[in-house]
Design a protein around this ligand. Structure first.
Ligand code: XMP
Length: 508
């Protein structure tokens, strides 16, 4: 971790890794550490800047995480930017006043007035749209600090020497329209120099993995044919050769033609050793025992782990590699202290051998960049994501069965084909067609039928941490509906445009 220019102290905000992503987009490497580790790290390292993340905590909360004791709060050694809780902590140690006033709670979009003479807001509009998510607010600034942004109350502050700053809103979230400019300004203010490039990252990942696995041992890589695992395979195939044993599992939860696509993608990434394991009966039997989404995920994980453990033994592998991304880790509640949203199928599993997640600090769009660098086909690196537990998740409120999976798979193909034929697939980040456990009465060919309901959902998003529901044009809604109800057992089709949050991308 030498030469890291920015330390991000993670207080458990859902957006902490998004800060890292934003910096990387601007060409800057950073390290994210929870407060205690940050404290130790700061005793041995002097970065150019420290960013304090947001949090669910209130600074007055019993056990609320504190500033690292070794942090130079005057900013003599490095600049400091406190975001939300980070700003409140800075105000708290400076004996400012923080409260939870009923009138100044802000969740969602907000407009702040900024002082454009302050270097943090250079070239930012005087009134700018930001994303806020906080209950506590700084009501009085610490001594020697002055306000640099206001909304209902104080939205930003700076020390006299402009070395220590805080903002109450989240500049890292895409909904803060000029957030990137603010980070660019912060980077300049901190004298950081561009030190990140996709090619460097590919070399770093190769070096990291070879450094751990050595020159003889075999590794298993779980591949789905999706962007993450295929890119990881493409990065490692040249350095591991035949020792990279790629395993794809046919769980029965894949979309139409998924296994063929997997084979093509992974082979074209340069993999020599690919094995497809047919395990659909076992997955369907186990996952089909419950309709509770977390229990389904737990069952899926169990069979997933067991299948890989068998393969590890069979191939005599010493390591298990997975293409887990930062987003998967955040939402599984494994990134520092962020809250658990859902159990991802491949995060936190204890395999028979050590598991490695070389893409764990990256976001989807960054992995796509690496795919491009590796000269993979655009159909691979531009591919929309699809969850590991696949269509199993998209059967909601009714048990998973072979028949239900077939129905959802056909419906997914029908809708995908329509979107492709109209070129709309390029506009959306992910399509979800889910079967709902609501059977209802319908009429088909003058006869009463009692059939299934489907939900169709598409989202647009940059990083899957937040998403907006896609509004299909009316004629597309009609085309999708009439194509789906041709199936003898489908009587109703709903369209779901709920944003994330509060909904998630998946309908599960
Ligand atoms: P949510 O539903 O959490 O989804 O908003 C965010 C993105 O993650 C995908 N997803 C998963 N991917 N294993 C995966 O590999 C999983 O268990 C899993 N759950 C959700 C989801 O499809 C979306 O792209």
């Amino acid at each position: 971790m030498e030469n890291i220019q920015i330390l991000i102290v993670d207080y458990g905000s859902q957006y902490t890794l998004v800060i890292g992503r934003m910096l990387r987009e601007l060409g800057i490497r950073s390290v994210i550490l929870p407060p205690i580790k940050a404290d130790i790290w700061l005793q041995k390292n002097t970065p150019k800047a420290v960013i304090l993340s947001g949090s669910n905590w209130s600074v007055y909360g019993e056990n609320a995480p504190k500033l690292p004791t070794s942090l130079d709060v005057r900013g003599d050694k490095y600049t400091i930017l406190g975001i939300c809780y980070g700003m409140q902590l800075l105000a708290y140690v400076g004996e400012g006043k923080i409260e939870r006033p009923l009138t100044q709670r802000e969740y969602g979009p907000s407009v702040v007035k900024v002082n454009t003479n302050h270097p943090l807001f250079k070239n930012v509009s005087e009134e700018t749209e930001v994303w806020a998510s906080h209950g506590d607010t700084v009501l009085e600034l610490p001594k020697n600090f002055s306000p640099i942004a206001t909304s209902e109350g104080i939205a930003g502050m700076t020390s006299e020497n402009n070395r220590v700053m805080g903002v109450q809103f989240h500049p890292e979230v895409v909904n803060t329209k000029e957030g990137k400019k603010m980070f660019q300004n912060f980077i300049e203010l901190s004298n950081c120099v561009v030190d990140w490039s996709p090619m460097d990252l590919i070399l770093q990942i190769q070096k990291e993995v070879v450094g751990i696995v050595g020159s003889e041992k075999k590794v298993i890589l779980g591949v789905s044919g999706g962007v993450d695992s295929t890119v990881l395979a493409g990065i490692l195939a040249p350095v591991l050769g035949e020792r990279l044993v790629c395993i794809g599992i046919d769980t029965g939860g894949g979309r139409f033609g998924e296994i063929e696509e997997l084979k093509n993608n992974v082979t074209s990434a340069g993999v020599k050793n690919l094995n497809i394991i047919e395990a659909s009966d076992e997955f369907i039997k186990n996952v089909g025992t419950t309709i509770n989404s977390e229990e389904k995920r737990a069952k899926f994980r169990e069979v997933y782990k067991k299948t890989f453990d068998e393969q590890i033994l069979k191939h005599g592998a010493s390591f298990m590699l997975q293409g887990t991304l930062a987003t998967d880790i955040i939402e599984s509640g494994q990134a520092g202290e962020s809250a658990m949203i859902k159990t991802h199928h491949n995060v936190g599993l204890s395999f028979e051998v050590e598991d490695l997640h070389p893409l764990r600090h990256l976001f989807k769009y960054e992995v796509r960049e690496l795919g491009k660098m590796l000269n993979l086909a655009p159909s691979v690196y531009e591919r929309n994501p699809f969850p590991g537990p696949g269509l199993f998740l998209r059967i909601v409120g009714t048990p998973v069965s072979k028949e239900n999976l077939e129905l959802v798979r056909d419906a997914d193909k029908t809708v995908s084909d329509i979107l492709k034929s109209r070129g709309l697939d390029k506009e959306i980040s992910q399509l979800i067609v889910a079967m709902l456990g609501i059977n209802s009465v319908g009429v088909k060919g003058d006869e009463r039928v009692y059939g299934h309901s489907l939900a169709v959902r598409a989202v647009q998003t940059v990083d899957f941490m937040t998403a907006t529901g896609y509004h299909f044009p009316p004629d597309v809604i009609d085309e999708i509906t009439s194509a789906l109800i041709k199936h003898k057992d489908i009587v109703r089709v709903f369209f779901d445009m709920t944003p994330k949050p509060p909904a998630t991308t998946e309908f599960e």
